[in-house]
Design a protein around this ligand. Structure first.
Ligand SMILES: NC(=O)c1ccc[n+]([C@@H]2O[C@H](COP(=O)([O-])OP(=O)(O)OC[C@H]3O[C@@H](n4cnc5c(N)ncnc54)[C@H](OP(=O)(O)O)[C@@H]3O)[C@@H](O)[C@H]2O)c1
Length: 230
């Protein structure tokens, strides 16, 4: 039996319909499992149809679309009816500068365009710590990545959408602790992907977190308490 979705105040929330871009990513898979277990409908956007079985095992449906080869109109059609979208896609650590532009920036903006077209107001962004300190001139691929994430965040903040931007520190694969530090500025640190997924889950169930841009690292505050304080 699934639990009743509830926000921090204990108020039951209706089951949400959430679409996650980058649906086979490591954070995305953890979030899909959490949302499905909590009774929400969850759909992941994947570009490789072979990944659909993994999503099904996590309790998620699949939308097969390549975010680097899709129009905003087609993406809007795919996400219409959703309550929220989450951008958890990324070119990945081995991708070059070009894919920082087409995925980390381009696909995030495409998803915002599609959300507006489809009338999906809630947009939760997986951003990154350091985006506000990117070197504007460096050709180093990490700086290109930070600039791409910064541009996607700025684009989202300028829109009339109910956005929340979460900027994790260095992602690690240790088990989640359920405790984090979530603040405008946390200082540099690590955070388990499982705790990032936990925070995203709580953010989705907490509409009052809209309008926040927060950094995220491991800490001592229970996730629900940290998100409720936003
Ligand atoms: N690494 C860090 O320390 C760190 C720190 C802070 C923030 N972040 C951010 O957190 C994000 C999520 O982290 P993660 O570890 O969960 O990432 P991940 O495992 O690399 O997942 C990214 C997903 O994006 C998908 N994707 C890439 N291009 C796509 C396209 N054109 N269409 C559809 N999907 C596409 C990938 O799919 P394929 O499998 O098909 O390639 C992959 O499943 C990262 O992308 C990064 O921006 C990372």
């Amino acid at each position: 039996m699934t639990s009743t979705p509830a926000d921090q105040t204990g108020t039951p929330t209706d089951g949400l319909d959430v679409v996650i871009a980058g649906g086979h990513g490591q954070i995305a898979m953890l979030l899909e499992r959490r949302l499905a277990d909590a009774g929400h409908r969850v759909r992941g956007i994947i570009r490789n149809p072979d990944h659909a079985d993994d999503l099904a095992a996590a309790g998620a449906e699949s939308i097969v679309l390549d975010l680097e080869d899709t129009s905003a109109g087609d993406l809007a059609t795919a996400i219409r009816g959703a309550d929220a979208v989450v951008f958890a896609a990324g070119g990945g650590p081995n991708s070059g500068a070009a894919r920082k532009e087409t995925v980390d920036k381009g696909a995030a903006i495409l998803l915002a365009d599609a959300a507006e077209q489809a009338g999906v107001r809630r947009y939760v962004m997986v951003s990154a710590m350091g985006t506000d300190q990117a070197d504007p001139d460096s050709v180093d691929v990490f700086q290109v990545y930070l600039r791409a994430k910064a541009a996607a965040d700025a684009d989202l903040q300028a829109r009339d959408l109910d956005w929340t931007i979460v900027r994790p520190g260095a992602l690690v694969d240790e088990p989640g602790t359920g405790k984090v530090q979530l603040a405008e500025k946390t200082g540099y640190g690590e955070v388990p992907r499982a705790d990032v997924a936990h925070v995203l889950h709580a953010v989705l169930e907490t509409p009052s977190s809209a309008g926040s841009v927060v950094e995220l690292i491991g800490g001592e505050t229970p996730v629900t308490e940290a998100v409720a304080a936003l």
